[in-house]
Ligand binder design. Structure first.
Ligand code: ATP
Ligand code: MG
Length: 634
């Protein structure tokens, strides 16, 4: 017993130190786990399911993955054979050797090294290519899915969040295919191969190396737990900062109008610091893990030198195993080849966690089923006469917070119907229900006598031209904004549409004409011009029913006259439902529906309503008086 202690006391000391470190870690872990439990980091979609769905994307490229695996075998064989060769070369140099034999040995080593490098290069190229293809497919699917989401869902997801999903998160997932899966497999093979080689060389020294494995496993588990948490935080904070940026950059002018730059900067700085802190925590976790594994590595090398040198110098056997200097050199290399993949395995698991977290976020969006969808027996509408009926329609954006209450009206083909009423009375809401931007809860909406729920949404929207209160122009040319990538419409037709709605007046003054570049959101056009462009965009698609939510209540007189004139022309195209804030515009409507708090309180034509002396009469006289006063003032 005494002899045993004398021989192995360094090992015992090292074991004891590692034991103490492990206990400290277990205590820390218990403490953090306790805290973590309350923070809810569990996944909504199980890892298995996420992996299955990700692998489904990789399936079409399985041949490339097989090629990568075959190439990988070369690099693995280098890891296993190289230490043996180096050991042999060292043995040759130490003893008496033939120069030619040494030369061949070195040539063999160099040959294997070159083949391995070439294989690794080809492997990396294939993986990058395939990985990018897979991720680009995921991005496409995701964007396609987002396009299908219904308005109520889109209202609830900040744009910045969606941008993060399509960019950052898909990048996170790309790591899975370019790096993680292949390296996980490779590292497992290397660890097993190196272990087998070590066992064949000297099982006593291998057992000594294996003593360190439980510690590595323990550290790795700890690392995984901490890093997962750190990754989650980084992801959440990145989404947070992207959401803040996309919203506040869009509204930066408002910030400037109200001199709120400092406040916004403060808010951004807080989010920025939070992200910085999370990144720091992530780096900190790596910063602890790597030295710990390195410490284990150094300790095992020291043990190797101690045991090996003792055995080699004494010429004694340890448990029946002879140790030579060649074996020590080979083992020295094997130990590093054993620890490296273990450390990288842990990190790869960590990347895997991160990729899974990203994939989960992507799939969560993909799993959102649009709330407004085609019914199974939905029909195509080849053409529309233009009769629209609302029958006892009840609608709420949320729960039972009714915005429309028992609304009923009929619009005959080719008629123009105008909706008036105070702000928030439900005018925009009515218009958005006709094209099924939202689904109603009670009642029926009929187009040419067919319930709109029985008509394909795409077919419905094809016949309707929607001009929203909030005109949106994309960055691009005027032509692109009018066509919206619709093919088969000639420049002449575009120009005719512009002339029809009086947009030609300002377009013809632009040097590039239809090729004039519109800035993001149409910032280089006035509100009236934007409205006219939206009219042109609508009529060029030849809708049978037009829905107009007019926003430009206060624009210059010249543009107002142009809009007025183009509206009057558009009324002749087909059925028209409109919200107009200037009552002079609605006077020509066949029917005027007056809304209050989501209910119809009056309807009829301009003269009927004036005779009634009700709400419309009040609104009209108020507006009329205002206009008179303005004229007198002028
Ligand atoms: P305005 O003349 O100001 O355009 P409006 O008559 O068009 O007003 P709507 O936009 O139809 O009014 O809004 C009617 C009511 O519905 C308002 O009380 C508004 O707060 C609510 N509302 C509108 N859009 C939503 C939404 N996406 N989610 C929840 N509530 C909404
Ligand atoms: Mg409105």
């Amino acid at each position: 017993m005494k002899e045993f202690f004398e021989q192995y006391y360094p090992l015992i000391i090292v074991g004891a130190v590692l034991g103490v470190i492990s206990v400290v870690f277990i205590l820390c872990y218990a403490f953090i786990k306790n805290k973590k439990e309350t923070m809810g980091f569990d996944r909504n979609i199980p890892d298995k399911e996420i992996l299955r769905r990700l692998l489904a994307y990789a399936k079409p490229y399985w041949k490339s993955f097989v090629a990568v695996l075959l190439l990988m075998i070369f690099s693995i064989s280098y890891d296993i054979v190289a230490p043996l060769l180096i050991g042999q070369i060292q043995g040759m140099i130490k003893g008496t050797f033939e120069l030619s034999a040494l030369f061949w040995m070195i040539a063999l080593y160099a040959g294997i090294l070159i083949i391995t490098l070439v294989c690794s290069y080809v492997q990396a190229i294939i993986l990058q290519k395939v990985g990018q293809k897979i991720v680009s497919n995921i991005r496409l699917d995701l964007f396609e899915h987002i396009e299908q989401l219904s308005h109520d869902q889109l209202n609830h997801i900040p744009v910045g969040k969606l941008v993060t999903r399509v960019t950052n998160d898909t990048n996170g997932v790309s790591m899975m295919f370019t790096n993680i899966i292949v390296n996980l497999v490779k590292n497992v093979f290397v660890v097993v191969g190196v272990l087998v080689a070590m066992l064949c060389l000297n099982y006593m020294l291998t057992l000594m190396v294996l003593c360190f494995v439980p510690f590595i496993v323990f550290f790795t588990m700890m690392f995984r737990k901490f890093s997962r948490r750190a990754y989650r935080r980084v992801k959440d904070d990145t989404t947070d900062i992207n959401t803040f940026l996309s919203e506040n950059l869009s509204g930066i002018k408002i910030t400037q109008f109200f001199n709120r730059e400092d406040k916004k900067l403060e808010e951004f700085s807080q989010k920025n610091n939070r992200l910085g802190k999370s990144k720091y925590q992530q780096i900190f976790v790596f910063g602890i893990f790597r030295p710990l594994v390195y410490m284990l590595y150094i300790t095992s090398v020291l043990c190797l030198f101690f045991l090996g040198a003792k055995g080699a110098l004494d010429g004694t056997e340890i448990l029946g195993q002879v140790i030579t200097s060649e074996i020590i050199v080979s083992f020295y290399m094997y130990i590093s080849k054993f620890f490296n993949p273990i450390q990288s395995l842990a990190e790869q698991f960590n990347w895997l966690q991160s990729a899974l977290a990203s994939a989960e976020k992507i799939f969560t969006i993909m799993d959102m089923q649009p709330t407004v969808v085609d019914s199974e027996d939905a029909i195509e509408l080849p053409s529309v006469e233009g009769k629209i009926e609302f029958k006892n329609v009840w609608f709420a954006y949320e729960n039972e917070d009714w915005i429309l209450k028992d609304v009923s009206f009929t619009v005959e083909p080719k008629q123009t119907v105008a909706f008036v009423g105070s702000t928030g009375s439900g005018k925009t809401t009515i218009l958005s229900l006709i094209c099924r931007n939202y689904d109603i809860q009670k009642g029926q909406i009929l187009i040419d006598g067919i319930d709109i729920k029985k008509i394909k949404i795409s077919s419905l929207r094809k016949h309707f031209g929607q001009m929203l209160q909030d005109v949106f122009l994309f960055s691009g040319t005027i032509r692109e904004n009018i066509l919206l990538r619709e093919e088969g419409i000639s420049d002449e037709e575009v120009w005719q549409a512009c002339q029809y709605v009086n947009a030609d007046h300002f377009i013809s003054k632009l040097s590039e004409g239809l090729d004039y570049q519109i800035l993001e959101r149409g910032n280089n056009f006035s509100a009236g011009q934007r409205q006219l462009l939206s009219f042109a965009r609508t009529i060029v698609h030849k809708p049978q029913v037009m829905i107009l939510d007019e926003a430009t209540a206060n624009i210059d007189t010249e543009t107002e006259l142009l809009i007025q004139n183009s509206l009057e022309k558009m009324m002749n195209i087909g059925t028209m439902l409109m919200v107009a804030h200037r009552l002079s515009t609605v006077q020509h409507a066949d029917n005027i529906i007056v809304l209050s708090h989501g209910e119809i309180i009056e309807q009829g034509n301009h003269f009927d309503l004036l005779k009634k002396k009700g709400r419309y009469y009040n609104l009209y006289t108020l507006q009329h008086r205002k206009e008179e006063l303005l004229k007198q003032g002028a």
